[in-house]
Design a protein around this ligand. Sequence first.
Ligand SMILES: Nc1ncnc2c1ncn2[C@@H]1O[C@H](COP(=O)(O)OP(=O)(O)OP(=O)(O)O)[C@@H](O)[C@H]1O
Length: 212
Amino acid sequence: MLHCKMLTVVREDRILFKDLSFTIKPGEIVQIEGPNGVGKTSLFRLLIGLSTPYSGDIFWQGSSIDKDREFFYQQLLYLGHKSGIKPELTPLENLQFFQTLHAAEQDIDLWFVLAQVGLAGYEDVTTAQLSAGQQRRVALARLWINKCPLWVLDEPFTAIDKSGIAVLESLFIKHAEKGGIVLLTTHQDLRLDASLLRKIQLGGVAAGEEYV
Ligand SMILES: Nc1ncnc2c1ncn2[C@@H]1O[C@H](COP(=O)(O)OP(=O)(O)OP(=O)(O)O)[C@@H](O)[C@H]1O
């Protein structure tokens, strides 16, 4: 379970959000919503330890993440605006690299994974030569091989076409069914059934959504 308690973030003397609290249970897919600049990425940066809140705390499995950050990071897969892939390596080598460095499935067929993200036939091409969407797909392929329960995905669908988004939505459902958590931001309209997707609105209240 992920619990954010009374988080306040200030940037350049401006309060982005104040006393933000929410809890996400295993099996939930949660979209943080809000207009450009409202603080979605800033919230995620708190989660991954790239910045600290002005006040408040974040709890994972009942303990403050400050108490055992190493444990928390082992449980967390983060995908940010920058894909974190190595352009000089092939898609296959990128996944092998990820598999070696992180808690990842070792027995999974990486050719199968690359086919899942629509990169069959591109396994051995230098990633730098791929299109923007294909490069993003290389980064997203990590979702198939990681073993982390908590996925924090900042705009995962950037440059991804409609069929790619549908494949990812199915993967999110599978992850949630196994007790995982998907926390994401996107400006795309998701096709996930409303019963499967919880929305948390930053910076205002929209109909049918939750303001925290
Ligand atoms: N390190 C920083 N120093 C100063 N200001 C910052 C810093 N990081 C973010 N900000 C400001 O905080 C605000 C929120 O930025 P953030 O990236 O969290 O928004 P966002 O909701 O993710 O936006 P978008 O939908 O455009 O991705 C912006 O006005 C940004 O300029």
